[in-house]
Design a protein around this ligand. Structure first.
Ligand SMILES: [Zn+2]
Ligand SMILES: [Zn+2]
Length: 412
């Protein structure tokens, strides 16, 4: 604790005041998180969650816009003085799976579970809204505005792009954006981020190798799609190993392959499903181009044909250096430098926040929820036993509140 100067000023308030406010909201934020956890809703169906969020923000005196991109909610805390606008974002959706944690606040809805922690993100951002209202006398001591973005469908099909298309970053125009994600890789009480790319682009390709069927005893009278698919599959793996720079990173995973009828029938076609990950627009374009090139070349050489359905998902999420510096500085002042981690490597997972961070300078950070002693935050995201150490929620509220105030009070 000695590494924290409680009297240090962040905008109109002190470190001690921010920490105290977040701490005071702890029980309420945990209760909100548990209520969302009990009642998970899938992407674009977050109607009750959104209604709860909207009512909560309105009760605080925050301007609310509902039904943005179906279920998105935008809150606007207007400062009494002119200044920039900073956006803070949470995602609200759950996943289509059964929960197996056995906790008393476990999902009450069969086949739906908050196994990625978006319940925690929503609760954190609600707590942050309340903290900012309390700390700034509902905006009266605020220079500029804070926009709260509660987005649908992060797990797909994505809510960020449609929210932007509906003007989420206009009126007032947003100048910077911050978002967080719970992390079981990081100890409760800590936060972490990195400059540059932090999550990957996630694309998918459905491939069909088209041969021509026949009798297994007379292969020369057919075009065996299984053999062509085998060649293509192997050659696809050379893109990452031989064509992507060893200093870069990329993934081509063929997660599913299907074709044929039985042992003595030459399969007329084979289908493959792949996920493709990359960390830059350049590598992303290159992978798409080379996948098509390999399929075209191999099927052409082997008298077969192919069909390629290439779907682009979320782009790489690139953190802005200045915003990351602001996050590191602010979090270090609030939590102490030892609780703030510089994450060495990007994740090959993907994040819808990428679209927000493409529109304006942004910083996406990890919120530690791992606690080995308590056995919390030990299962990975999307696992039926996924749970978090809720002690991380106060840290989330503290840092989100702090970065908003720090951004609005920075000299530039
Ligand atoms: Zn997830
Ligand atoms: Zn998630």
């Amino acid at each position: 604790m000695s590494e924290i100067d409680q009297d240090r000023q962040i905008g109109p308030v002190t470190v001690g005041e921010i920490r105290g406010q977040a701490e005071a909201l702890s029980d309420e934020v945990i209760a909100l998180r548990r209520a969302f956890h009990r009642n998970p809703e899938l992407g674009m169906e977050e109607f009750e969650t959104a209604a709860t969020v909207a009512a909560f923000l309105r009760a605080l005196g925050i301007e609310v816009t509902e039904s943005v991109a179906t279920t998105g909610v935008i809150g606007l805390l207007r400062g009494a003085q002119d200044g920039p606008t900073v956006a803070l974002r949470a995602d609200m959706d759950a996943l289509p799976m059964d929960e197996d944690t056995g906790v008393e606040y476990a999902s009450c809805v069969q086949g739906k579970m908050h196994s990625c922690g978006h319940d925690a993100h929503t609760a954190c951002l609600m707590g942050t809204a309340k903290a900012l209202v309390e700390l700034t006398d509902c905006g009266r001591t605020l220079k500029g505005n804070v926009k709260f973005l509660f987005q649908p469908a992060e797990e797909g099909p994505g809510g960020a792009e449609p929210m932007l298309a509906e003007g989420a970053f206009e009126d007032p125009v947003v100048d910077a954006v911050f978002g967080l994600h719970v992390s079981v890789e990081h100890a409760v009480g800590t936060v972490g981020s990195r400059s540059g790319v932090i999550t990957a682009a996630a694309d998918e390709a459905r491939i069909e190798i088209i041969g021509s069927g026949g009798h297994g005893a007379h292969p020369h009278k057919s075009v065996d799609s299984v053999i062509v698919a085998a060649q293509a599959l192997t050659a696809l793996q050379t893109i990452v190993s031989r064509e992507v720079s060893p200093a870069d990173a990329a993934v081509i995973t063929v997660g599913r392959i299907e074709g044929g009828y039985r042992n003595n029938i030459i399969a007329p076609n084979v289908k493959m499903e792949t996920t493709i990950r990359s960390l830059s627009d350049e590598t992303r374009d290159m992978l798409q181009d080379r996948i098509e090139g390999i399929l075209s070349g191999i099927t052409g050489a082997m008298r077969a044909d192919y069909r390629l359905d290439y779907q682009r998902g979320y782009p790489p999420l690139e953190n802005d250096r200045e915003m990351v510096d602001l996050f590191f500085d602010t979090a270090s002042v609030l939590l102490g430098p030892s609780a703030v981690l510089d994450i060495p490597e990007p994740s090959m997972g993907a994040e819808d926040f990428a679209y927000f961070a493409r529109a304006v300078p942004g910083c996406f950070f990890r919120l530690g929820v791992h606690n080995a002693e308590k056995g919390l935050g030990v299962y990975p995201n999307h696992n039926p036993k996924f749970d978090i150490d809720e002690g991380g929620l106060v840290t989330g509220v503290t840092v989100m509140t702090g970065v908003a105030l720090a951004y609005l009070s920075r000299e530039s």
